[in-house]
Design a protein around this ligand. Structure first.
Ligand SMILES: [Zn+2]
Length: 169
């Protein structure tokens, strides 16, 4: 009998790229290999998002030009990992306030669809489809735009950018 050495899981908080970093303007490449490294990246991204109280994080924001997004709207369904997401349908429109982990303490108002349908792959390379509304739909729009180098400030309604002072300073 042989005891396999179990590799310790090492979660890592990754550094979030901030506004002005040119990687945020680059287009990410589709994921083609669904391996352990991808799972590790997704776990790190979820950890990084939670640590920063975010509802979403895209590959670019941790310096990885791959089409991967993690979202958690804290509705007890747990975080969702979207690989190569494509929004296939949108419905309705409303004005929402939005922020971004790459733009700390900045918020603006945007027009977003009320509902979206998104096709994506999970970490095992299985194709999935999801219908989402409200905050989840908003997060899916925000994060998939990141993958194409689009930032929320690009589409904000003029004059709505607000800079909030951090509480502890
Ligand atoms: Zn963002």
């Amino acid at each position: 009998m042989c005891l396999a050495m179990k590799e310790e899981k090492k979660l890592a908080i990754r550094q979030i790229r901030q506004a002005g970093d040119e990687i945020l303007r680059k287009k990410a490449r589709p994921v083609e290999v669904f391996d352990e490294k991808l799972k590790e990246l997704a776990e790190d991204m979820i950890e990084t998002m939670h640590k920063n109280n975010g509802v979403g994080l895209a590959g670019q924001q941790v310096g990885i030009l791959k089409r991967i997004v993690v979202i958690d709207i804290y509705d007890n369904k747990g975080p969702i990992v979207f690989i190569n997401p494509v929004i296939t349908k949108t419905k309705g429109e409303h004005e929402v306030e939005e922020g971004c982990l790459s733009f700390p303490n900045q918020f603006a108002v945007l027009k977003r669809p009320k509902e979206v349908e998104v096709e994506y792959y999970d970490l095992d390379g299985k194709k999935k489809k999801l219908k989402a509304k409200d905050l989840l739909a908003q997060a899916i729009c925000h994060e998939t735009e990141h993958l194409d180098g689009i930032l929320f400030i690009d589409n904000m309604l003029p004059g709505t950018l607000e800079i909030v002072k951090p509480e502890n300073n």
